[in-house]
Design a protein. Structure first.
Ligand code: FES
Ligand code: MG
Length: 590
């Protein structure tokens, strides 16, 4: 398998006869950290460990410990490990939003992988955007790369009930608004959901994106779902370290793995898992950086008809530990493969095809991973909508409750269609200030709309669309209204929202002229969402109304981000970066 004759890119740094001075400098510096000059001269591959864990990236902190096992694997397979930090990302704490960081980590990691003598890299992932950002960078540089997930936290429990990351916040907020619990109880429930090291333990964006890394063939089979503190997690780190060295000898680069079929497989897995709506921009972005054409409509065309197979919060009941015991991502993929819903011939980082990796991976826990023929829900994927308010918006159907379906989507003769009166908020501060204002007369004929929450408007695009109804409505038992917006929502939310609407209001999209009181008609059968406003009136408002408010940039990066980042419907990518794919094929000048 191995082709020892292929010259590794790191040799250019160390075997340059005209540059012995630089070589010596490198040797000395590296020696301080346990690498000998003999090793560096020996031609062993140098393997980067892109370390995403830190105190500012606590969801990935487990990687600080796991890196020791990864290094062991790299060394035992004949490689030289070099660990280095990447820009930290912490979903819950970063203001104004961690969405600013995905493209920033991407840029930084491209420079590191391109500019240093690195032959292959282990991408350490966990918290939401730490996965897509690193995969995007690996595609741009196109050196052998493998994803090592940190794994979810242990399951959270509170008074005998499973409490999942994020999901418990949204559910407890409703209880708080209804007066069923007090603030202290709210906090107890919230903290119980985070019992150990690891990323979010529900099928939020973190679990979704790590499942995606496995689905597209970039991590070893079964990697994504192993909880962070489990013994198997360390073993997976060791095996991942061993495997990346072989991948370097095989020259198994992302460009050979990340095909359109791989990304369609990912859409299928996200749909069957009830995964996060944030997977949409992230998968679009990873595909774009891999040079793969992936249209927004693919989410509906290749995912909507799929059933919900995984019984995990927020779409289902359970959390990450049971998911792992039930067989994890391979068991879900096994179901999809048997049903002919996966491209089994896709090459993966194991060197084998997906189909080969999945042999014998059927689940033995049918409460957790349902058979394809007996799912939790039929047609449970994502719907893609468009109309006069936006060209692209997405709706995650696996979290639409029976109560919501009965109230909005099951009117006799009008199944899948509803009309609601818009109540429009300019960003989340406006929402929080006014949501309980009786003058808005919000009732269950309303749809809550938020704008100014997109890439340019926020800036970064914020997880704010899952707006809660006014407290009075919740106390009356109406816990959920339809919502719509040009921002995102947390992958742990169970809100039936129309999200990621592009172009956003701040880019002149239709939400910019929408007014409170306008009627919005949603037709899920036709895939449309329109404000029932005459064209002439729209033109008049565009000409006469002031543009909705957008805050100023606070930092240099916010300004650059706003200038360079595209809309969520296309993945929020920096278009100019796409032309740099395959930089490792051209060594950087000395
Ligand atoms: Fe980091 Fe959920 S907040 S994984
Ligand atoms: Mg999130």
């Amino acid at each position: 398998m191995t082709d020892q004759k292929r010259r590794l890119r790191s040799r250019d740094w160390f075997d340059n006869p005209e540059r012995m001075d630089m070589t010596a400098l490198y040797l000395e510096r590296f020696m301080n950290y346990g690498v000998t000059p003999e090793e560096l001269r020996s031609g062993k591959p140098i393997i980067g460990i892109a370390q995403s864990g830190s105190d500012l990236s606590p969801c990935n902190r487990i990687h600080i410990d796991l890196a020791r096992r990864t290094r062991d694997g790299i060394r035992d397979a004949g490689g030289i490990p070099i660990e280095f930090p990447v820009h930290p990302i912490f979903e819950n704490c970063r203001r104004p939003t961690a969405a600013l960081d995905r493209n920033l980590l991407y840029l930084g990691l491209v420079e590191l992988l391109n500019g240093y003598p690195i032959d292959g890299v282990v991408l350490t992932t966990g918290c939401d955007k730490t996965t897509p950002s690193q995969i995007m960078a690996a595609s741009t540089v196109d050196i052998p790369a493998i994803v090592l997930s940190g794994g979810p936290m242990l399951d959270g429990w509170h008074e005998g009930e499973l409490v999942g990351s994020g999901t418990v916040i949204w559910r407890s907020r409703r209880k708080l608004a209804a007066g069923e619990i007090d603030e202290e109880e709210f906090l107890r429930r919230a903290t119980s959901s985070a019992p150990s090291a690891g990323h979010c333990n529900s099928m939020g964006t973190a679990s979704t994106m790590n499942a995606v890394a496995e689905a597209i063939g970039l991590s070893l089979t079964g990697c994504a779902a192993i909880p962070a503190p489990y013994r198997e997690r360390g073993q997976m780190a060791y095996r991942t370290g061993r495997r990346i060295v072989e991948m370097v000898h095989e020259d198994l680069c992302p460009s050979r793995i990340l095909t359109r079929e791989a990304f369609l497989n990912a859409i299928a897995v996200v749909s069957a898992c009830g995964g996060s709506s944030n997977a949409q921009p992230h998968i679009q972005a990873m595909a774009a950086h891999a040079g793969v054409e992936l249209e927004g409509a693919a989410w509906q065309d290749h995912g909507y008809d799929l059933p919900l197979l995984l019984n995990m919060q927020p779409a289902g009941k359970y959390l990450g530990e049971r998911f792992h015991r039930a067989g994890g991502v391979p068991a879900v993929m096994w179901e999809l493969l048997q049903a002919g819903k996966l491209h089994g011939s896709s090459l993966t980082c194991t060197g084998a095809t997906l189909e080969e990796n999945l042999a014998g991976r059927e689940s033995n826990d049918r409460e957790m991973i349902r058979p394809f023929a007996d799912p939790l829900m039929d047609k449970a994927g994502f719907l893609v909508l468009s109309g006069n308010l936006f060209d692209f918006g997405i709706l995650k159907t696996s979290v639409i409750s029976d109560e919501f379906r009965a109230r909005y989507l099951s009117r006799p003769g009008q199944e899948g269609v509803f009309e609601s009166r818009a109540v429009v908020f300019d960003g989340s501060d406006d929402y929080h200030h006014r949501i309980n204002d009786p003058a808005l007369e919000i009732d269950d004929n309303c749809i809550l709309v938020i704008r100014g929450a997109g890439v340019i408007g926020w800036p970064g695009s914020a997880e704010v669309v899952n707006m809660q109804p006014p407290d009075a409505l919740i106390r009356a038992g109406k816990t959920c209204l339809p919502t719509l917006g040009d921002g995102r929502q947390s992958g742990t939310s169970d809100s039936p929202s129309i999200l990621n609407c592009s172009p956003e209001s701040a880019a002149g999209g239709g939400l910019s002229w929408l007014r409170t009181g306008d009627l919005i008609r949603v037709d899920l059968n036709a895939g449309t969402c329109n404000a029932l406003v005459e064209d002439a009136e729209i033109a008049r408002r565009k000409a006469e109304d002031p543009a909705p408010p957008v805050p100023e940039s606070n930092t240099p990066w916010e300004e650059i981000f706003r200038e360079k980042t595209g809309q969520l419907g296309e993945g929020g990518v920096m278009d100019f970066a796409l032309k740099y794919r395959g930089t490792s094929k051209k060594l950087p000048r000395h």
